[in-house]
Design a protein. Structure first.
Length: 301
């Protein structure tokens, strides 16, 4: 269960494991600062368990292994894992230097963060419709840091700056910390959504592809007169050829053919149901060359 009263909506659990099979841990906020220490047999696993809250794991240093839903997964330095409530998992303890940060996020705070729409819509939709509600697919996301154009790992630097501020707030636990922590979590999930990639199971990929296609389709249908493929690149953070592939797989059309189809459908509707002139309709659906518009409209109709 969530280990704190309702007014504490996020907590941090820190593990520092060394090569002598020794682990030091602490948790904050805490009524009194403390450090817990014990030795372990290498290969020891924690109890198989679930949480009734969301857990966000971050590998600060070294590497860390978990068994999630019966599958062994190794996380490298800089990786995150977002684990849904009620997802069975356990942790391996190995005799190697590793530092792990676990963030426990109360469900109501997590819902508020998702509602803020600071993450890209594809992650919000996936988390809400697949990760958090459907119980027949794997319920975790493994995030890898992305690399910036100059080769520097800016994603990790930006992320760790936010995590340091968050830990400072949780440790000091002063008046107003809850609001500051929520703001920092918003930043953290924004960075996750824009600068990190995440791994999906086969079933998750199927679900995710449909969700992304529906969002691409909705955006194109809402902006058909002016949409450019670069708009989609900036909004969804995929390469241009991805949009051709996913639209082709779902509709049989290339990106440009699909946009043309939607524009001509709107042109047909306006011709039938409005008093607009052909010139007005042509411009309204995104064309400026009357000869070209006549040609493609007559080819379709």
């Amino acid at each position: 269960p969530y280990p704190f009263p309702e007014h504490v909506r996020i907590f941090a659990l820190c593990w520092n494991i060394d090569q002598h099979a020794s682990v030091h841990t602490t948790m904050c906020p805490s009524p009194e600062p403390f450090r817990y220490h014990r030795y372990f047999l290498t290969g020891t696993m924690t109890q198989l368990h679930t949480h009734d809250y969301i857990e966000l794991l971050y590998v600060v240093d070294g590497q860390f292994r978990q068994r999630i839903l019966g599958k062994d997964i190794t996380f490298q330095k800089g990786d995150f894992c977002l684990i849904d409530k009620n997802c069975l998992h356990q942790d391996y303890l190995q005799d190697q230097s590793t530092t792990i940060l676990f963030l426990g996020i109360a469900n109501d705070m997590f819902d508020e963060i998702m509602d803020e729409t600071v993450t890209t819509q594809k992650i919000i939709s996936f988390l809400q419709s697949a990760l958090l509600k459907q119980k027949d697919i794997q319920q975790y996301l493994h995030f890898h840091p992305g690399i910036s154009m100059d080769g520097a790992d800016s994603a990790t630097r930006d992320m760790e700056s936010c995590l340091e501020l968050l830990l400072s707030e949780l440790y000091n636990n002063q008046i107003g910390s809850t609001y500051i922590c929520k703001g920092l979590l918003l930043r953290i999930f924004r960075i996750l959504s824009s600068d990190y990639e995440f791994s999906l199971s086969k079933e998750q990929r199927k679900t995710m592809n449909w969700i992304i296609f529906e969002e691409i389709q909705d955006y194109i249908r809402s902006n058909y007169a002016s949409v450019k493929i670069q708009d989609l690149v900036e909004l969804f953070h995929f390469q241009e050829d991805y949009f051709n592939r996913i639209i082709k797989s779902k509709t049989g059309y290339t990106y440009s053919s699909y946009v043309q189809k939607i524009r001509l459908e709107h042109a047909e509707s306006m011709l039938e149901h409005t008093e607009k002139t052909v010139d007005e309709i042509m411009h309204a659906v995104g064309y400026n060359n009357k000869g070209y518009f006549y040609k493609i409209f007559q080819q379709k109709y």
